[in-house]
Ligand binder design. Structure first.
Ligand code: C2O
Ligand code: CU
Ligand code: CU
Length: 466
């Protein structure tokens, strides 16, 4: 699937992709019956007024995903998934990281522009029973980011078991735009993850695991099985995170109605972009606004996937909510003439499948620095998804510690809804994407495929910023 706004979903791509994958890859998702009201992750509040002080604990637990059955899961500050960490631009943030698992883990802040030493990549391991304080300043604009573990070779299983949470950054702009912002009412986090449960309704990762990306038949949103969302007749902001190990989603409304995208991975778009469908590959985010005051609800409304499977039915009550207008201007994102004209200084080639995945022909080596870059200097990189004899597959490419700009996809300007800050991009086979990228801080950062099994299999390289 591609992320081209307003473009018809190309059948060719899906066939190429599915033809290439083993059987497990084409497992389709069960429809949500809408039996359970969507759970909202708790919001973590700081108990300190001068600075933001949080404790984040990786722990084991049991979760009642199926009625009356306890499933063994992992979570942050709870049994499954994690809280929403609220941050504001300018904050000094102190977090106590605690590992209560029986295995090593790391705490990675996906999308956050922080020094390499607190980024939580595979070098910053915390052993079982140990804890580590970190501190950083929030220097970037309002956005929806997330956090998850990143231990070398073991990211996929830990995320699959439930380690993932959201980060909301606010700033003066986000507070003045008048977008829906009542958490859990008209500002809704949606973490999409697909799982396979065994006969005992357990998450048996080694049984479910696929080297090319673990795909499940059961959708959980915010950890909720068969979710539905009850909303008023008003504009509702949905913060979508593809938190799956490997599955791509193309979101649509079952009625064919359009919705509006307002934010990319790392901030607001300059203007709302009207879409009928939106694709997100693993780790990508988007904020969209669905106007339930305008939609015909007689036939039942739902968010569906490209193949029509029902992801999230909506129950629209008769209550009218606030009647807000969408802002016309939301941001001042731009690609400068200078950035457009910079020569390509790094070429990064993603190639392979299963456990034979590489970047520039090499597998990850924690002892090897693959690229260097000067702090604060913008470079243009060209990222290429090299097809193989069987076609190849989509790789979602993610870079740590920064938000970057897409200059072009195959020489063309990116679609309107990708003209904003990104930290992850989908690359179809044979696709060539140019990005303008700089790092505000120093340290060692990762670039990798966000199909988590590909990451674990070594489709990851290191950038040293000095
Ligand atoms: Cu979501 Cu290396 O990260
Ligand atoms: Cu990341
Ligand atoms: Cu990949």
């Amino acid at each position: 699937s591609n992320s081209m706004a307003g473009m018809d979903h190309s059948k060719m791509d899906m066939e190429t992709m599915e033809g290439h994958m083993s059987h497990d890859k084409v497992v389709s998702l069960n429809d949500s019956t809408g039996k359970n009201e969507l759970k909202m992750p708790p919001v973590l509040e700081s108990n300190n007024e001068k600075e933001v002080v949080y404790t984040v604990r990786a722990q084991k637990g049991e979760t009642e995903i199926f009625d009356g059955i306890k499933t063994k899961t992992y979570g942050y500050n709870g049994a499954f998934l994690g809280p929403v960490l609220r941050l504001s631009k300018g904050d000094t943030v102190k977090i106590r990281l605690i590992n209560e698992l029986d295995e090593v883990t790391t705490f990675h802040w996906h999308g956050l522009e922080v020094p390499g030493k607190v980024d939580g990549g595979p070098h910053t391991v915390i052993k079982p029973e140990e804890e580590e304080p970190i501190e950083f300043k929030v220097t970037q604009e309002a956005s929806t980011l997330w956090f998850h573990p990143h231990p070398k070779g073991n990211t996929a299983e830990q995320v699959y078991n439930g380690l993932a949470g959201l980060i909301y950054i606010e700033d003066d702009n986000s507070k003045s735009l008048g977008l829906p912002n009542e958490y859990g009412e008209n500002d809704i986090p949606l973490i999409f993850q697909d799982k396979t449960f065994d006969d005992e309704k357990q998450l048996n990762y080694s049984a479910a695991m696929n080297e090319d990306g673990t795909i499940g038949d059961t959708l959980l949103i915010n950890g909720t099985l068969n979710p539905k969302l009850t909303v008023k007749k008003e504009k509702v902001r949905l913060r979508l995170l593809n938190g799956s190990n490997a599955r791509n989603y193309t979101f649509k409304l079952n009625t064919g109605d359009s919705f509006v995208q307002v934010a990319t991975d790392g901030g607001f778009l300059n203007k709302p972009v009207t879409l009928k469908e939106l694709s997100l590959t693993p780790s990508e985010r988007a904020e969209i606004i669905v106007d339930f005051s305008q939609l015909n609800t007689e036939k039942g409304l739902a968010l569906i996937n490209e193949n029509e499977s029902i992801l999230l039915p909506f129950e629209v009550t008769d209550q009218r909510g606030e009647d807000s207008n969408l802002p016309g201007e939301m941001n001042n994102f731009s690609i400068t003439e200078e950035e457009m004209n910079l020569p390509v200084t790094k070429k990064v080639e993603f190639f392979g499948m299963m456990d034979k995945v590489t970047i520039n022909g090499k597998k990850f080596d924690a002892e090897r620095i693959d690229f260097t870059q000067k702090q604060g200097v913008t470079e243009v990189w060209e990222i290429y998804n090299k097809p193989d004899a069987m076609g190849g597959m989509i790789h979602p490419v993610h870079i740590h510690g920064t938000q970057f700009k897409i200059i072009s996809r195959n020489g063309e300007a990116p679609p309107e809804n990708e003209r904003g800050w990104k930290d992850s991009i989908s690359l179809k086979p044979e696709e060539r994407v140019k990005i303008a990228i700089q790092f505000k801080d120093k340290g060692v950062y990762m670039i990798h495929c966000h199909i988590l099994e590909h990451e674990d299999n070594g489709m990851m390289a290191q950038i040293k910023v000095e």
